[in-house]
Design a protein around this ligand. Sequence first.
Ligand code: SF4
Length: 361
Amino acid sequence: MQAEFVEPLLEWYYDNARDLPWRRSKDPYRVWISEIMLQQTRAQAVIPYYERFLKRLPDLWSLAECPDDELMKLWEGLGYYSRARNLKKTAVLLTNERNGTFPRSADELRKLPGIGDYTAGAIASIAFGEAVPAVDGNVLRVMARLKEDERNILDQAVKKEIAADLINEGPEEPFRFGDLNQAFMDLGSMICLPHEKPLCEECPVRSCCLAAAHGSAGRLPVRLKKGGRRMERLTVFIFRDGEKIAVRKRPERGLLAGLYEFPNRKGTLTADEAIRYAAENGLFAVRVQALPAAKHVFSHVTWEMTGYEVRVPGASGEKDGFIFAEPAEIEGNYPIPSAFAAYAKAAGIRVGAIKNKGEDV
Ligand code: SF4
């Protein structure tokens, strides 16, 4: 049976929906690209990336044929690069096997690379009108507060039960599920804000919210994590020969696979060790200057970095996997993840034209 909060939430959404470029069409390609970009980045920050991406790659066919380095460049700054690789894999698969069409159900969409429960639900409900929820952090937060649900939302079983409840309690007309899913997204990012900050006075579903009635919204939802993040120390080198700086390609598998980086080594090296490292790589260091420490947090590991700028005259050209190139060439051709942003800045290189909140695998 349709829950009490559904109608006021939908009405509020029809009056207040954010004007976002991907909402101007129900084209599954556009819904898909936007949902993948939105997985780790706020909507306002996604807009310029989305518009640039769609301009260059307007459909599955152009995405399937896009060279990898160009795709990485388009994705630079959004982070979690495996998402871009999965986009291309899916585009290749759909153009080869389905003549460029998407499956219409969440169950079928979930079988595609990089499409999990949330994205499958979002595409199926928004583009194809299927009665399925798209359960992300916003939905879990709002639902936990509406029902004053004290269970751990990081527990997969709890998440599944909340999704099942939504199927039973969602709009009677299946085609309105897409709107409901987007209404949750908007309510969660505009009004039912995380931590102690929900704007209950402005909330359209306040009259049916148990957490608001009992003053418990600030401590909900409950999120209990298992394990934690490991820490890795890294020494990063800006090897400079005149205007040219050394970069190298990362391995094709693992963290930040296939992107480019400044040469680096595990551990915190002293200046003498930095000179030795240069020599081991066939470079003759004439000046070493310490750079400020930097930190980058990934989902499962934190890099604690130290760095050196090392002058290595006579090193230009490709050397032992190092590519010496001028900053503009690096910006144009060698995608460098923002994990190295502090050292890129020291080298006068911009990593990604638009900043966001972080990058990961
Ligand atoms: Fe969230 Fe407050 Fe609205 Fe409840 S009343 S859904 S806690 S903003």
